[in-house]
Design a protein around this ligand. Sequence first.
Ligand SMILES: Nc1ncnc2c1ncn2[C@@H]1O[C@H](COP(=O)(O)OP(=O)(O)OP(=O)(O)O)[C@@H](O)[C@H]1O
Ligand SMILES: O=c1ccn([C@@H]2O[C@H](COP(=O)(O)O)[C@@H](O)[C@H]2O)c(=O)[nH]1
Length: 234
Amino acid sequence: MQYKRILLKLSGESLMGEQGHGIDSARLNDYAEQISELVKAGVQVAIVIGGGNIFRGLSGAAQGFDRYKGDQMGMLATVINSLALASALDAMGTRTRVMTSIRMEPVGELYAQPKALDALNNGEVVIISGGTGNPYFTTDTASALRGIEVKADVMLKGTRVDGVYTADPEKDPSATRFDTISFDEVYSRGLKVMDLTATTMCKENSLPIMVFNMDVKGNLMKVMNGEKIGTLVK
Ligand SMILES: Nc1ncnc2c1ncn2[C@@H]1O[C@H](COP(=O)(O)OP(=O)(O)OP(=O)(O)O)[C@@H](O)[C@H]1O
Ligand SMILES: O=c1ccn([C@@H]2O[C@H](COP(=O)(O)O)[C@@H](O)[C@H]2O)c(=O)[nH]1
């Protein structure tokens, strides 16, 4: 395994699978199986999940919602996804701890870095929900922040495309994929790997990002084994 401790960012949108909304149990179980495999191999896993399958503040604002409240709704959506993932992992016998960036015991315990580190060292999967706890951010930024705080070796962005391309591959079929790319080139080419706040936090704190397709079974283990899938940003 090329990394001992990882921050895994999972896409909320991917959790809807083929359904078009909500949580697809087949996709959820597939993610839980891939994560459990890593835990069995001794990898320490912290996770941040998006909420795009349920609600995004920006889309809400476009429909007339107040942005602040809409963002809070989005953060709550990530808590729902986190509980679903914890439930799937628990059912497989993989121990989890759900932490929340906004106080809401008994749904989860309030996130604090020392508690997360203890749990990781005890072999528990730490799912950090509720984004950063602040509106006007995204779960990519929450992942960067928590990845830095828990001293992860890498941030693995598991998404629905298989890496960083010269242009959005969902819009431009002629786009080509990078195996590796520097943070500076991401900026100079204006690539939308993650939002700029998240990218800048990773650059300034030397946290490399691996972007890969999490929706293909077995890919998480392949990334950990150093197989050449995805794009490493460093
Ligand atoms: N240069 C690029 N290379 C790769 N993907 C790109 C690029 N530009 C835009 N994208 C888009 O970025 C998307 C993935 O990132 P994004 O953070 O938006 O979604 P996500 O991973 O599904 O997260 P969430 O649902 O949690 O917000 C891809 O689906 C892809 O269409
Ligand atoms: O720190 C944060 C993280 C997220 N939000 C809100 O939640 C939704 C869902 O997160 P995604 O990253 O888009 O999956 C996001 O659109 C924001 O509305 C937040 O406010 N603060």
